[in-house]
Design a protein around this ligand. Structure first.
Ligand SMILES: Nc1ncnc2c1ncn2[C@@H]1O[C@H](COP(=O)(O)OP(=O)(O)O)[C@@H](O)[C@H]1O
Ligand SMILES: [Mg+2]
Length: 273
C-alpha cells in the first residue's frame, strides 16, 4: 500500500510538529479510505476519507447527523465498519474492540465523558489500573501520580480526592482528557469537548489540545463551535450526509467559507436527497 499524500498536508500550517518526511508512517498517523457503515436501513457512513498526521489538530465538522461520531467510533474500535480501510502507522488494521484501537495508540474522549461521578478524581484517572501493593490499591501512590498527571497538563483541581460530581464541566472535561492522555495515545479523538463549557473553560480545553498536539499527538476535534477550529486546528475535514466532502487547511478559510462548506450552500443542485 502506498501513501502519496505527503504534499497534500498543506504547506502553511503553523504550530504543528512534523516528524519524518518519508510520506510513509512518518507523516501519516491515520488514513481512512472509503469507510462505510449502516445501522439496518440507516446508512450512516457512505464513504469517508480522512488523514491525520503527527502533531496535527484536525477539525472534523459537519451538520448534526453527518456521521462524525459514528466515524470516530469506528476509528476507536467501538463499532465495526462495513467497508473501507483503516491504516495506522502504515499498517492496515481492523478493530474489533476499543482495546484493539487502544493497542494502536488511538484514544477517545466521548461526548458523555464516561467518568464516574461518585468516584474521586484520582480513581477516575486510574480506573481499572490502580497502582497496587499486593492485593490492595495503593491510594497514596495513586493520588500522588494523579496530581502529577494533572500538573503535567496544567489542569487545576482543588484536590485529587474531590468527587468528579463536584467539579465544573471544564474540570471534568480536563480530567477525561488527562485520563485519555495517560494511555499515551498517538491519536486522540475529542467529541465536542467544549460544547457545554463556559468561556474560560473552553480556553483551558483548547490550550490542553494544543499542548497535547505539541507533543506529537495527532488530535481529531469534533466541534460545532467554529471559532474553536480557527484557534487550534491545522486542517479540517468536512462531512455531509455520511460522506467526507471537503478537506482544507484552516489558514485558507474564514468563517463564511467554512459555514458554506458545512451546509453545502454554495454548491450547485446536484445534492441527492
Ligand atoms: N447506533 C445507531 N443506530 C442507528 N442509527 C445510528 C446509530 N448511530 C448513529 N446513527 C445514525 O447515523 C447518522 C449519523 O449519526 P452521528 O454519527 O451521530 O452524526 P454526528 O455525530 O455527525 O451528529 C444519524 O442519522 C444517526 O441517527
Ligand atoms: Mg456526534
Amino acid at each position: 500500500m502506498s501513501h502519496e499524500s505527503t504534499d497534500t498536508w498543506g504547506g502553511d500550517r503553523q504550530g504543528s510538529v512534523r516528524q519524518g518526511s518519508d510520506g510513509q508512517s512518518g507523516d501519516t498517523l491515520v488514513t481512512l479510505e472509503g469507510i462505510t457503515k449502516s445501522f439496518g436501513a440507516v446508512q450512516s457512513l457512505r464513504g469517508v476519507d480522512l488523514r491525520l498526521g503527527p502533531g496535527e489538530v484536525l477539525g472534523l465538522v459537519g451538520d448534526n447527523g453527518a456521521g462524525k461520531s459514528t466515524l470516530m467510533k469506528v476509528l476507536s474500535g467501538a463499532i465495526r465498519h462495513d467497508a473501507g480501510s483503516i491504516t495506522v502507522g502504515g499498517k492496515q488494521v481492523r478493530f474489533h474492540s476499543p482495546a484493539d484501537a487502544r493497542a494502536e495508540h488511538i484514544g477517545i474522549v466521548y461526548q458523555d465523558l464516561a467518568l464516574c461521578d461518585t468516584l474521586d478524581v484520582a480513581s477516575n484517572l486510574f480506573l481499572g489500573r490502580e497502582p497496587r501493593t499486593g492485593p490492595f490499591v495503593d491510594r497514596a501512590e495513586m493520588h500522588r501520580r494523579a496530581a502529577e498527571m494533572l500538573s503535567t497538563l496544567h489542569v487545576r483541581v482543588r484536590s485529587t480526592y474531590q468527587e468528579i460530581g463536584e467539579l465544573s464541566g471544564g474540570q471534568r472535561q480536563a480530567v477525561a482528557i488527562a485520563r485519555a492522555v495517560s494511555f499515551q495515545p498517538k491519536v486522540l479523538i475529542l467529541d465536542e469537548p467544549t460544547a457545554a463549557l463556559a468561556v474560560a473553560e473552553v480556553r483551558q480545553v483548547l490550550r490542553m489540545i494544543r499542548e497535547v498536539a505539541e507533543q506529537g499527538v495527532g488530535v481529531i476535534l469534533i466541534t460545532h463551535r467554529l471559532q474553536d477550529l480557527f484557534e487550534v486546528c491545522d486542517r479540517i475535514t468536512v462531512m455531509y450526509e455520511g460522506r467526507s466532502v471537503d478537506d482544507a487547511a484552516i489558514a485558507d478559510l474564514d468563517i463564511e467559507t467554512l459555514v458554506a462548506m458545512i451546509t453545502r450552500s454554495n454548491t450547485t443542485t446536484e445534492e441527492a436527497a
